[in-house]
Design a protein around this ligand. Structure first.
Ligand code: NCD
Ligand code: ZN
Length: 347
């Protein structure tokens, strides 16, 4: 059995910088045509100039490791309390950025400069709504008193819904949705709302993270939830609904920073995302929807054409080996282990 689809894109990717960028970029470039690159560097990408410079460092890394891929990084700007509306509007108008990223302060890796109160960024959000610039949100509240498993649902209720009522013209992507609450919210809101889903949240639940020993390589944010939530995500991803598309949230960290007494959040799944997704969609009886999810719905939302190249995935009798760990300096970045045998390969 094999299927051919338009070459996929990744609408949520962490490529980092410097040695890490050089080490991991080929894992994405080998399969994806484009990726929306997250701005949570240290310091974050908060200006158009920083976005342009970061984009050219990524392009140089592609040139050095996989020039024939034609991989194109699409850039985001990191929203802070002091972002200036005019700069966002100009950066979008000149094509420097495709979207703006909202991290609630303290929500995840390198989010200390994130937004502390949405009121402070309302002028920017109003300008974005007016100029049709997409807001990508890390949808978790960060108050210490909210349980980590409830943070997404609470965000929808206390932040996202009020924001969308105030600014219905703002186009919002709920990134890496991890709960039934998230997909239910998208399903109930026809206009100006979409969601990305990650590879790992379609494959693991919180038992994978915590039962039989703690598995730091499954620790990511938002944290994996109960199986019932994973099933809701699979249903959404395989539904063919145009509002759901792939954002891998591939987020490389070195092995020592994952396997630590305070381990970093992030799953590095870029290299095996497409074979994993083929397995998920096959199991759901929905292989015919994989192209919409991975290759069509994302460009459609952003008003871009799909890629012209194509990708063929083939099912084999033998088990597809995990990707090799990636060497960075004298360290390793471990690939996502999907916790089940995968029989698909990209040919
Ligand atoms: C991401 C990272 O490492 O940058 N980590 C993660 O667990 N997903 C940040 C993010 O997207 O939340
Ligand atoms: Zn992310």
């Amino acid at each position: 059995m094999q299927i051919t689809l338009k070459q996929p894109d990744d609408w949520h990717l962490h490529l980092r910088d410097d040695a890490m960028l050089k080490a991991v970029v080929a894992s994405s470039a080998q399969h994806f045509g484009r990726a929306l690159v997250m701005p949570n560097l240290v310091p974050p990408v908060t200006t158009a100039q920083a976005a342009r410079e970061y984009q050219s460092r990524i392009e140089q890394a592609v040139q050095a490791s996989l020039p024939e891929s034609g991989f194109k990084p699409l850039m985001t700007l990191y929203l802070t309390d002091t972002t200036v509306a005019d700069e966002v509007v100009q950066a979008a108008a000149e094509g420097t950025i495709l979207a703006v990223k909202l991290y609630p302060a303290g929500a995840t890796t390198n989010s200390a400069s994130g937004v502390t109160d949405l009121k402070k960024v309302m002028p920017v959000l109003e300008a974005m709504a007016h100029h049709d610039i997409v807001l990508c949100v890390h949808g978790e509240v960060t108050h210490a008193d909210v349980d980590i498993f409830d943070r997404e649902a609470r965000f929808i209720e206390t932040v996202l819904e009020p924001l969308r009522r105030e600014l219905p013209e703002l186009r919002v992507v709920m990134e890496h949705v991890t709960t039934r609450d998230g997909v239910d919210y998208v399903a109930a809101n026809e206009r100006n709302l979409a969601a990305t889903l990650t590879t790992h949240h379609l494959m693991i639940n919180r038992n994978h993270l915590l039962v039989g020993g703690i598995r730091p390589h499954y620790y990511c944010l938002p944290i994996a939830k109960r199986e019932e939530h994973r099933l809701a995500l699979v249903k959404a991803a395989t539904s063919g609904d145009q509002r759901y598309f792939l954002g891998t949230d591939s987020a490389p960290h070195t092995r020592s920073s994952k396997e630590s007494d305070c381990g970093c959040a992030g799953v590095f799944n870029a290299a095996n995302t497409m074979v994993c997704l083929a397995a998920v969609f096959e199991e759901a009886g929905a292989l015919d929807q994989l192209e919409a999810f991975a290759s069509l719905n994302g460009p459609n939302w952003y008003g871009l054409p799909p890629n012209s190249a194509s990708m063929t995935l083939r099912k084999s009798d033998s088990v597809t080996p995990l990707p090799q760990p990636v060497a960075v300096d004298d360290e390793w970045v471990m690939p996502f282990d999907p916790a089940r045998p995968i029989h698909w390969e990209v040919i």
